[in-house]
Design a protein around this ligand. Structure first.
Ligand code: ADP
Length: 305
């Protein structure tokens, strides 16, 4: 498990991470989300002992990273897909990492197999595509069979097949009972990959919730199709709904849920041909949550003309 207690990092006048406290639990994939500059990388670097917190603590399995004797056995991380030397082969890169933590060469072959790079094990990393470099990074993270896996923006720049591979790999790791944390600045990418989300903005925690809760919380309205729109409008307005009409003659009801509308229509003998609860997309919800905290905002003025 990863535990942050009032974690804070200041760079001169910039408060990059501002009193963050949360837990990342095993068995699920947790997404660490926030706009660019929100403090995600800084937080992950503190979890991995690469930056010293100004105050507060980041603990992995109850200890600070720099207190762990053979860290690859406890925490696997990919902060940068380009961390491997381009002149080394995939095998040599992993063998060096393995050696530093007392891990066997046989294990190197196992992880290369696991990430699907066995047939390029003896090729130089410099010739690898971004997707292959991401796979190599993950192979390195898995070398010590760690209980915690931390990935910074692992799907950035990947093609659809690469994203699908990362998604299924992370789900499998979580299903084995590991703690899996990955960061992203895109909600759409995360919605299908993670179970829980931790959303930060300007170094502060905005949300700690599940993707399912996030969807439920932002149900917006119900689209109703009926040949007797006027009659149904009267009935559901009585239930307390606010009703508007679309250009196609469908009704949009706010303030009552779909089952209540269906029941009321049935009781009044009004036929209903369609009843669709609609929610804001997760991307809408996320942008709304983080709008205040976005550090960089593009102006569309001038482009729209
Ligand atoms: P994210 O990963 O969410 O995009 P970062 O953790 O990279 O955000 O950055 C958080 C804030 O800290 C930003 O304002 C960034 O400019 C600042 N920052 C990050 N690293 C440094 C550094 N080494 N020196 C000074 N400021 C930094």
């Amino acid at each position: 498990m990863i535990e942050l207690v009032e974690l804070t990092k200041r760079y001169g006048s910039t408060l990059a991470v501002d009193g963050l406290s949360f837990e990342v639990r095993p068995g699920v994939v947790t997404g660490f989300l926030g706009p660019n500059g929100a403090g995600k990388s800084t937080t992950m670097r503190m979890m991995l002992g690469l930056h010293r917190p100004t105050s507060g603590r980041a603990l992995v399995g109850g200890r600070r990273y720099d207190e762990i004797r053979h860290p690859l056995h406890e925490v696997g991380a990919v902060l940068d897909a380009d961390a491997a030397h381009p002149g080394r082969t995939a095998f040599v890169h992993l063998a060096c990492l393995a050696r530093s933590n007392g891990i066997s060469r046989a294990r190197v072959h196992t992880v290369l197999e696991q990430v699907g790079l066995s047939n390029v094990a003896d090729k130089r990393v410099g010739g690898f595509s971004l997707g292959m470099r991401q796979r190599l990074g993950i192979a390195g993270a898995l070398l010590g069979d760690p209980g915690v896996v931390i990935l910074d923006e692992p799907v950035n720049g990947l093609d659809a097949a690469g994203i699908r591979w990362i998604r299924s790999t992370l789900r499998a790791l979580a299903a084995q009972g590991r703690t899996v944390l990955l960061s992203s600045h895109l909600m759409s990418e995360m919605a299908v990959t993670v179970d829980r989300v931790l959303i930060i903005g300007k170094g502060r925690l905005i949300e700690d919730t599940s993707v399912a809760e996030m969807r439920d919380r932002f149900e917006r309205d119900v689209l109703v199709r009926t040949p007797r729109a006027a009659a149904l409008t009267t009935v559901i307005t009585r239930l307390g709904a606010t009703v508007t009409t679309t250009g196609d003659g469908d009704l949009i009801a706010v303030g009552v849920d779909a089952p209540a509308i269906g029941d009321a229509a049935a009781a009044a003998g009004i036929p209903v041909h369609g009843l669709t609860p609609r929610s804001a997309t997760l991307e809408d919800v996320y942008l709304q949550m983080t709008d205040e905290a976005a550090e960089y905002r593009a102006s569309t003025e001038g482009i729209a003309r």
